[in-house]
Design a protein around this ligand. Structure first.
Ligand SMILES: *[C@@H]1O[C@H](CO)[C@@H](O)[C@H](O)[C@H]1NC(C)=O
Ligand SMILES: *[C@@H]1O[C@H](CO)[C@@H](O)[C@H](O)[C@H]1NC(C)=O
Length: 373
């Protein structure tokens, strides 16, 4: 047994040194949002300025900031600040609305200018005539509430080729990008849909993966699984996949070694070699490949958060798995090897499937327990 232990310790040590040596202050790109549970969830090509490293965004044009109401704000060079409602990464659309809650007003005179931004309207412009009607008039379309004064008059938008009803007068014209040309009210509710073509990450969206720069040269885009790790020397890459593959490789090696050592020991015995051999081949390989057993997981330290609490560096107050903020009374668990904290229920589920820390991919000591069990 001491040979096996020596071998495992050696391999783990080798892995830790190798792993930590390259990754000290590596920027990590993962989804973020201005308030823990609220969309839009921001990721490449967008970036939340103070929450995500600059390598996580495509360019300054895609930088978002958070206002004091935890809304994500996009700044268009020729039109100012807008609230981002939703981002659709697969079709590359973003819904924006204005800060003064009367978005339609922006389209009245000159319209909203997208000049100098990477965005275009996702829909064609439709010409409307805006009518000022007496409040008793029957208007064919719903009033634009933020422009109307319901006591005295209502403002409504009709397609520009419509005839003007008798109790209305022409108030203004407007060109508006609408998906449904008859439904102006959608911009009241959802704002306007913009699209971007560059960078084109639709290929990652279709694979259900995330998009990002391959390395700090910012020249090539790649798809990756959950997080993107950039190495600190800014030149080489290490993606989460590489970390996983390395871990799996080490695991595989450990498994094979353990299996053969066990086999040798078993064959050395006089009694019951066949029974024990079949037990090993049936049970052990899947158990190790899957993740940790409950006993190992339970052996990792658990803490319950009090009214005030502080986690040791490098943890912040967000669970990296579910992205929820920690609250008092919640139970956290830490992986002793790397001191990373998570919600206990999040990390337990993870460890049952993966034997490595989801943040740093450090393999857990627990593998040893399974092999020996
Ligand atoms: C909308 O009006 C503008 C002028 O205000 C005109 O140039 C444009 O062709 C019109 N578009 C449509 C679809 O009628
Ligand atoms: C609409 O018309 C009424 C009079 O019919 C006028 O008092 C009001 O100012 C007009 N509203 C706008 C926004 O022009």
């Amino acid at each position: 047994m001491s040979t096996l232990q020596f071998l495992i310790t050696f391999l783990l040590l080798f892995f830790f040194i190798h792993h930590n040596g390259a990754s000290a202050p590596a920027p990590i790109c993962r989804e973020s949002s201005c308030s823990s549970d609220n969309p839009p969830y921001t990721r490449f090509p967008f970036r939340l300025q103070n929450l995500q490293p600059s390598i996580c965004g495509y360019s300054e044009s895609f930088d978002l900031s958070c206002n004091n109401q935890n809304e994500a704000i996009l700044t268009l060079p020729s039109s100012g600040h807008f609230i981002v409602r939703t981002i659709d990464y697969t079709s590359q659309n973003v819904w924006i609305t204005d800060l003064n809650s009367c978005f339609p007003r922006l389209f009245l005179d000159h319209g909203l200018s997208l000049k100098g931004s990477p965005f275009s309207y996702a829909n064609d412009l439709v010409n409307f005539t805006l009518l000022n009607c007496s409040s008793s008039a029957e208007t064919p379309y719903p009033p634009i509430s933020c422009l109307s004064n319901n006591e005295q008059y209502v403002i409504t938008a009709v397609p520009s080729d419509s005839t003007v009803p008798p109790s209305c007068s022409v108030f203004s014209t407007a060109s508006v990008p609408l998906r449904d040309p008859l439904d102006w009210s959608i911009i009241d509710l959802y704002g306007v849909e913009l699209a971007w073509d560059d960078p084109d990450c639709r290929f990652c969206g279709r694979l259900g993966k995330f998009c990002g720069f391959e390395n700090a040269k910012r020249s090539k885009l790649i798809c990756f699984d959950i997080y993107k790790y950039y190495s600190s020397d800014n030149d080489t890459v290490r993606t989460s996949e590489i970390a996983i593959i390395t871990c799996l490789g080490v695991l595989g090696l450990l498994l094979t070694t353990a299996f053969f050592l066990r086999l040798m020991r078993t064959c050395g015995r006089v009694q019951q070699p066949i029974v024990e051999l079949s037990t090993i081949t049936n049970q052990q390989p899947p158990a190790v490949m899957k993740g940790l057993d409950d006993a190992t997981i339970e052996s990792y330290p658990k803490i319950q958060l009090g009214q005030s609490w502080e986690l040791p560096e490098p943890n912040d107050n967000t669970c990296p798995i579910c992205l929820g903020t920690y609250k008092s009374k919640e139970t956290l668990r830490t992986i002793p090897e790397c001191n990373h904290y998570f919600h206990a229920n999040c990390i337990d589920e993870w460890l049952r499937r993966n034997a490595t820390c989801p943040l740093c991919r450090n393999p857990s000591e627990g593998n040893k327990v399974i092999i020996e069990a």
